[in-house]
Write a protein that binds this ligand. Structure first.
Ligand SMILES: O=C(O)CCC(=O)C(=O)O
Ligand SMILES: [Fe+2]
Length: 324
């Protein structure tokens, strides 16, 4: 599992440039790139950098979110004991389902004295590993064909394959082990579960192996990540004041463009229920303090059906019915 991930003894500087106009080509080649020497201190500076990188191809770079131990506006991320845990590899923006941001930036305001490295796993390598092993080869195809439930409870529904392709042929992977599950009504629940397990095991092996990219961001570094291709995580750290701005980006290369409703660089506005609201109500929502919004998020989560661990329960119920 990713919890066994260890930072290598020596961490290089990674793929980097000081030139925003060089970023897209570097990210296309390596899946990520660090921009150095950028002023990362203000929320707006991350959006400005996104504008310099994508220019007219930038569809949206909404308000940047403060990241301490996880993102301040995401559901379910611990705020206490900052830095003590590993954040396992994941894709950002799951809450938007198939409309997740296609890129994002982490702009480092303050780094930790020790630890706090980011590590990156390349989804294309995970898929290649699955394909290379005769025992798991079947799953490489199934991952691109079998829809599963990738919905975060209460957020935008996503019943779709783990690996998809945009109309231009760009691969779109997603990785979040505690959410990805077979559909409750799957016609082959066990095989879908096995496919998902193969994908998560192969990702964990990549995360622990020599191909994982390890970075130690320092104040003034902003890493730009292809969120369709790379899964990212963070090693534990000890000093408490590490802080990054997270900037989600939707570009013209995204599969479905910008999702509806107000946007922010975390999941606070991604509730499915918000899609039913008119503009006036959306404006009111956008003006709410985060603490009040969280209560609404929680209610919506409690009322959700998709994205719950209901697949197993449904299967057990079906199995016991068939014995009657
Ligand atoms: O702290 C970091 O470096 C990244 C945290 C993260 O991945 C997240 O909040 O989604
Ligand atoms: Fe993240």
């Amino acid at each position: 599992m990713t919890e066994s991930v260890r930072a290598p003894a020596a961490i290089g500087r990674g793929v980097r440039t000081a030139d925003p106009s060089a970023v897209r080509a570097l990210v296309r080649e390596h899946g990520y790139c660090v921009v150095e020497g950028h002023d990362c201190s203000a929320e707006q500076s991350a959006a400005r950098l996104a504008g310099e990188i994508w220019g007219a191809d930038l569809l949206a770079a909404p308000g940047a979110c403060e990241v301490r131990d996880g993102a301040v506006g995401d559901d379910g991320l611990a705020q206490e004991e900052a830095g003590a845990r590993v954040i396992g590899v994941h894709s950002d923006g799951f809450a938007y389902g198939d409309s997740l941001p296609d890129f994002f930036l982490l702009a480092c305001v303050a780094h930790s004295d020790s630890g706090g490295e980011n590590f990156l796993v390349d989804g294309t390598k995970v898929l290649a590993d699955i394909e290379a092993d005769a025992a798991t080869r079947w799953a490489a195809e199934a991952l691109q064909a079998r829809p599963i439930d990738q919905t975060e409870a209460g957020k935008r529904p996503s019943i779709s394959p783990i690996v998809q392709q945009t109309s231009a042929g760009r691969l779109m992977f997603r990785h979040l082990p505690f959410l990805q599950q077979p559909c409750a009504d799957s016609d082959d629940f066990d095989r879908d579960q096995e496919m998902i397990d193969i994908f998560h095991r192969a990702t964990a092996a990549q995360a622990a192996g020599p191909d994982a990219a390890w970075l130690k961001l320092e104040a003034g570094d902003a890493v730009v990540i292809d969120n369709y291709r790379m899964f990212h995580g963070r090693a534990p750290y000890s000093s408490g004041d590490r802080m990054l701005w997270r900037q989600w980006v939707w570009s013209t290369d995204s599969a479905h463009g910008v999702p509806g409703g107000p946007l922010y660089s975390d999941s606070r506005f991604a509730d499915e229920a918000f899609l039913q609201l008119g503009q006036e109500e959306l404006d009111e929502l956008a003006a709410l303090p985060l603490s009040e919004l969280r209560l609404i998020n929680q209610e919506n989560r409690e009322g959700a059906t998709l994205g719950r661990r209901n697949g197993e329960a449904a299967r057990l119920a079906a199995a016991s019915n068939s014995k009657l």
